[in-house]
Every structure is written in structure tokens, then in C-alpha cells.
Design a protein around this ligand. Sequence first.
Ligand code: TYM
Length: 345
Amino acid sequence: MSDAPRKVFPQRIFSGIQPSGGLTLGNYLGALKRFVAAQEDGIETVYCIVDLHAITVWQEPQKLRHATRELAAGFIAAGIDPARSILFNQSQVPAHAELAWIFNCVARMGWLRRMTQFKDKAGKHAEEASVGLFAYPNLMAADILAYHATHVPVGEDQKQHLELTRDIAIKFNHDYGVEFFPVVEPVIEGAATRVMSLRDGTKKMSKSDPSDQSRINLTDDADAIAQKIRKARTDPEPLPESLEGLEGRAEARNLVNIYASLADILPEAVIGEFGGQGFGAFKPALAELAVEKLAPINAEMRRLMEDQAEIDRLLGQGAERAQAIAEPILAQTREIVGLIRSRTG
Ligand code: TYM
């Protein structure tokens, strides 16, 4: 590769969330809350409800429709303003699927075989997994690169997919001798890049965990939130006086990080306030904070879900704006690849 300075692309933020079940506290702190912060920074923000990703595993159509609208309500309730950010569902902008096909022809089998998320999701049944589940990271690269996005805020678990996105952009640019796709920057920051299960501090908090006690859902009411935090697994020691004291205490560290992220303070400050105190004191404070921050989002989501036609209308408007960005980029991509434009209409 040459040492020539890379072309500088204007900043644009893109990220997505799957409508495959409800939003968890992990999605909120690791992604959604930071999407809102990015919107406030004044950079163009494009947020996508990735319904085509969701169907890589079986989705009941009726539930998928509900989850898509509920996720849209979650975005808006958390602070995404559909007038300032572009908010839409992926399947409404065909550029995603089309660019994904081109990337299927750029990415190598070996690259995808290394993806740990495929291994985790397909488990021992890789032969029965859908082809879509295997090729999923190429669609994710297409989501991002169809907008020439430069920055992608995500939780820690998406890091490997973003590295693949970079590899695809580099290989495409190299193979075709262009500087067309930006090499994206993952934005994985804050105290809650990996929120862990409330039942097991070594496992990620996930919507697919069979135990509902392992996670806080954005649809949980105040009682459920408080009860789940009260019952969260911990050790018998009080909180340490310094951050190093959390070493080897995954559950304690997780609760401290959740507190820090909800309160917009550093984990050090949480330790400064609660160091030396037991969970008997810390858990009620955390529960109170979580309810204070999440209950208004929960209430707003319910209110928005009463007018589903309005949600569809907002998503449709977002899709029009998304299409206006992605379609010219796709037209240039076809040109670069050598797909002739034969239609005049
Ligand atoms: P998904 O739908 O699994 O999760 C959405 C976002 O939430 C983050 N996240 C977490 N962060 C911290 N702690 C957790 N326990 C936790 N669980 C989930 C994820 O890292 C993610 O940022 N492939 C993506 C969706 C996607 C996408 C994209 C993202 C499709 N196309 C393009 C960015 C750009 C996914 O399955 O995320």
C-alpha cells in the first residue's frame, strides 16, 4: 500500500440497532445514549433500524413489525430527534442490500470465518445457520459505507465487525484503484462499552439471554428495574476505595460502570462516593438512579407506541433522506465496478 495521505471525508456518523426483541440497558448505555450525544455535537447523524439484519435468524413477521416500531419509539424517547438525525428502517433503502452483494464479492471467506459473533450465534449448528447470518458483516459494512460514514459509535461487541468494514473499504479501494470508501473509525468509548449480565459478570447483557433477570429492558417498569438490581449477583465485599480494587470483581465492576454511565460521571467518582460501603447501600442508590433515568424513556415509548401510523410516517421520511445520500454513492460504486448504466429512466 502507498504512504500517500488518505483522502479526508467529511464527518458523518452512522450506527444501527437490530429490531430483534426489546432494547436492553446494554443497548441504551453502549449505543443509544451515545447516539443522542453525537446528535447534540452537531455532526450529521444517520441511525438505522436494521431489519434486514434481524431476519438472519427467524423472526415472526408480526413480532418483527412490532419490534421495529418499538425500537423507533425507543430511539425517539431516548432523545433522537427525527428532524435532526436521519432515523429509518434499513429495508426501505435498497442501497444497503445491493452494496452488500458487491461486498460479498470483495470480502474473503476466511475473513468471515474468523467472526466470533457468527461462531457464538451459530454455535455447533453452523451447517443449519442461514447464509445471511454468515454474510451479515458484509451487510453491516454496506450499511456504513453506503453513507460514506466516517465514525461508528458501537459497543465493544461490534469491534470485530468494524475492523472487517475497514478491511472491505481498503480492499475495494485497492482492487479498483480508487479512494472511494472511507476507512471508518470505531467509536467505542464511555464507561459502558460492555454492560454485563446481572446474573453473571462474565457474560454480556443480551436480549437473547433466556433469563429476563439477567438484563434490564427499556420496557421494564420501575418495580421491575429496582427488583432486578436488588437481586443482581454480587460478592460479599464492600466496594473498594480505588478502581484497582475492582480487579477480579466482574459483577461489582459492572454495577459501578452502569452507575457511572447513567450518571454521566467517571467510575472513579462512583468509587469516590461509595467506596467502603456495602451493596446494601449501593444497590438502592443505583436502582433509584436507574429508575430516574429510564422511567421517563419507558413512559415516552408507551405514549409513542399509541400512534403507530406516526412512527411509520417518521421512518418513511427518514428513509427518503437516507436514500438521497446512499443512492448517488451506490450509482458511483456501480460505475467503478463496471456495471453499465443501460436504463435511461
Ligand atoms: P445490536 O442490535 O446487537 O446492538 C445494538 C448496539 O448496542 C450495543 N450493545 C451493547 N453495548 C454495551 N453493552 C452491551 N451489553 C451491549 N449489547 C449491545 C452494540 O454494540 C451495538 O452498538 N450488528 C449490529 C447492528 C448493526 C450496526 C450496523 C451497527 C448493523 N449494521 C452498522 C453499527 C453500524 C448489532 O447486531 O447490534
